[in-house]
Ligand binder design. Sequence first.
Ligand SMILES: [Cu+2]
Length: 207
Amino acid sequence: MIIRWQYSFMLALLIGFTVGCESQSNTAIRQQAQLEAEQSLKQAAAEMEMVTAQVGQVAVAVMTATAGNKTAGTVTFTQGADGIAVEATIRGLTPGDHAIHIHQFGDLRLDNGKGTGGHYNPQGHDHALPSTEMRHAGDLGNLTADADGNASYSITINNVTLDGAHNPIIGRGVIIHAKVDDGGQPTGNAGARVSQGVIGYSQPSDG
Ligand SMILES: [Cu+2]
């Protein structure tokens, strides 16, 4: 009799314990799943916010002449929803076409522009003009100077970001060359570097 009572008691305890554990662990799993779902939602929202924040962000390269040249001006990079709008306003060129590239380094210590290294090409593509999608990330094509040596050039690119994960360009160099970029290998036969600048964050305008 006593044995049977003890046995029933133990059984009841065991069942109670097992059920308790199960419901406890189910609750824990549910809570964990909920937590994870909330976290991934929050992360997605944060990423969205970051992309939205980057739209409208502007970077600028102030271009100065290399030794023996007088080519100068500005190149701005504005992040839009569909890519980066590049706008160059340059003076002091010889009339005609001139290559414009993003080069690897933002190092202007050499007065011949060579401190900026080669073309910015993180994906290891062949050199090409912007009409070719697979090209150096820094291949911006050519700007055309008028008879007075002034050039305005606009191009929208989506193979780089200002400071995102994909081919970031902030802190890198911009070079304008003496000659036209003919799209040839390895770097378009564009000749000497007549103007150099570094891509930096622009001061937000008050307006
Ligand atoms: Cu170049």
